[in-house]
Design a protein around this ligand. Sequence first.
Ligand code: HEC
Length: 90
Amino acid sequence: MLKPLLFTGICLSISAPSFANTDHAKKLIQTNCVSCHQADVYKRDNRKVKNLTSLATFVENCNTQTSAGWFPEDVDAVVKYLNANYYKFK
Ligand code: HEC
């Protein structure tokens, strides 16, 4: 009786984040990132991020600093979100 229930729970928790990536990224940023900087850090004139690789590095480093415990998919979603909305690298 217990086993099928357990498996259902695991499947649900794995598949949940895979849809609506933009909303997912927004929520992650709201929860973990705005305590130190708002979106203006991504738009400032002398911003440090110059390409997709360094964007990924920054997100990863800030993730580590905050001990947010994001999964690689989360980092990926946030990198895509920030790029689509602010950085617009090709
Ligand atoms: C502990 C405070 C802190 C938190 C929390 C934080 N950051 Fe940062 N972040 C910084 C600081 C400070 C800088 C500026 C670093 C610099 O100028 O060298 C920065 C810069 C950045 C940049 C580069 C901006 C540029 O110049 O182009 C990105 C991207 C970024 N953070 C993403 C994130 C994300 C995503 C999160 C959420 C996981 C996050 N940060 C959470 C402190 C933080």
